[in-house]
Design a protein around this ligand. Structure first.
Ligand code: SF4
Length: 166
């Protein structure tokens, strides 16, 4: 969805957003229930199911760390170190399709915000990224969040806002 501003090959080489420190577990992508069921049929993946703003699963990465080092990173179950993400477009979580964008709740508004840690996009949204959101991607994100409200995170200070709706 962001291919106009972020080359797939750049993401495949970087993989920054596909590994998680313990303090970043809140950022792991959320999988809709039907996708969890499908993935569990095809492999021994452990998900923690939640029913909080819709039913969804979160990868159980807690057992993937080998040390107590807070900075150790655990890779996503579906990350191949050479090929990148191994999931089909259909199964890839929406969170991953729009990252580094997020939909967040800020007071009584819903905002589309940029995660300022993506090494390729940078800390501030470019004009191209803003245009992409204004020209339709914003609508796609708000529409998805209506049927999958669990993807809405609490707003974090320092995340630049690209769109605001009530
Ligand atoms: S599902 Fe794919 S894109 Fe998303 S974090 Fe895992 S490897 Fe990365």
């Amino acid at each position: 969805m962001l291919s106009k501003v972020l080359e797939k090959s750049t993401c495949a080489k970087c993989k920054f957003c596909c590994s998680f420190r313990r303090c970043s577990l809140w950022e792991t992508p959320l999988f809709p229930e039907n996708t969890v069921e499908k993935l569990e049929r095809h492999g021994s993946y452990q998900f923690d199911m939640n029913d909080d703003n819709g039913k969804y699963g979160r990868m159980h990465l807690q057992d993937s760390y080998n040390t107590d080092d807070e900075n150790e990173e655990a890779p996503c179950f579906f990350l191949d170190p050479d090929k990148g993400c191994t999931l089909s477009y259909e199964d890839k979580p929406f969170d991953c399709k729009i990252w580094p964008l997020r939909i967040m709740k800020k007071d009584d508004e819903y905002v589309i915000a940029l995660t300022p840690t993506c090494p390729s996009i940078g800390k501030e949204p470019s004009d191209e990224l803003q245009k992409l959101v204004d020209d339709g991607l914003g609508d796609v994100i708000y529409d998805y969040a209506k049927t999958h409200p669990f993807i809405i995170k609490d707003y974090k200070e320092g995340f630049p806002v690209l769109m605001v709706r009530k």
